[in-house]
Design a protein around this ligand. Structure first.
Ligand code: ADE
Length: 263
């Protein structure tokens, strides 16, 4: 496939990675692969566990994620879009190593008040974008299976990096903004403003808005890499290197295998 080819009409699932490390971990699973480039996005097309997929990098931040989601939604006949990556834990008890699967997403840095209520995306009347219920459920189940499997490479990597961790899978609100939240003061301010938010990251709500515009069912899965506090930058880097990629690969593979059994 080349950058000039027409829209690919085979129904497929898009798996969007927030970071290079995660995409690199998924690429060896891809069979019958080809590539196309559009808008600077390299789309890796192929099959995993018999499922037609396209893998791409979201890039960091809301605009980058929105561009990637738009390229994928317009170029492919998508049945689903899944975003994976890491996030900072916000709500009490959301610890490094936990998995958060978003039920809803919101842009925490969007403020067009007094013209529109705080967080509302002008033109949509909405602040919260709901992820697809069945995709979210199946991803959370895959995460739970991998977390509890004695054979999971992720569980082993997590235990090695964080021997005390008792990771769990949680579902709820994930908030996105164009800031890496790395002070306790900012984290507390976010918690006060949005007490129900489980985690903060930089892409999910943007991808959610694009998927909603194009009527593509979507889900967002995040591994908690830090507590969005003064130690966030140190924890983040260590976690990406040691755990996050193994985790994403295990969950995405499990999820696609389960999907191939039901389709
Ligand atoms: N992704 C991972 N950790 C994050 C943080 N603390 N703030 C924003 N995005 C993140």
């Amino acid at each position: 496939m080349t950058g000039e080819s027409v829209t690919d009409s085979r129904p497929r699932v898009a798996v969007v990675s927030a970071m290079h490390e995660e995409l690199r971990a998924l690429l060896p699973l891809l069979e019958r692969s080809s590539e196309l480039v559009m808008g600077g996005r390299r789309c890796h097309v192929g099959e995993i566990a018999g499922q037609a997929v396209v893998l791409a990098l979201s890039g960091i931040g809301k605009v980058a994620a929105a561009t990637t989601a738009t390229v994928l939604a317009t170029r492919f006949a998508l049945t689903a879009m899944v975003l994976t990556g890491v996030a900072g834990g916000l709500a009490e008890g959301v610890q490094v190593g936990d998995v958060v699967v978003a039920d809803t997403l919101l842009q925490h840095d969007l403020d067009a008040s007094p013209l529109f209520p705080r967080y509302v995306v002008p033109g949509t009347g909405r602040s919260h974008f709901q992820a697809d219920v069945s995709l979210t459920e199946s991803l959370a189940l895959a995460a739970q299976r991998q977390l509890t499997s004695p054979h999971s490479p992720w569980a082993a990597a997590l235990h090695e990096a964080l021997p005390q961790a008792h990771a769990s899978v949680r579902r709820g609100l994930v908030v996105s903004g164009d800031r890496f939240v790395s002070t306790s003061a900012e984290s507390r301010a976010l918690q006060r403003a949005l007490p129900e938010a489980l985690a903060v990251e930089m892409e999910g709500a943007a991808l959610a808005q694009v998927c909603s515009d194009f009527a593509v069912p979507f889900a967002v899965l995040r591994i908690i890499s830090d507590r969005a506090d003064d130690a966030a930058h140190v924890d983040f880097t260590r976690f990406i290197d040691e755990v996050a990629s193994a985790c994403t690969r295990a969950i995405v593979h499990d999820w696609l295998m389960a999907r191939s059994h039901t389709s």
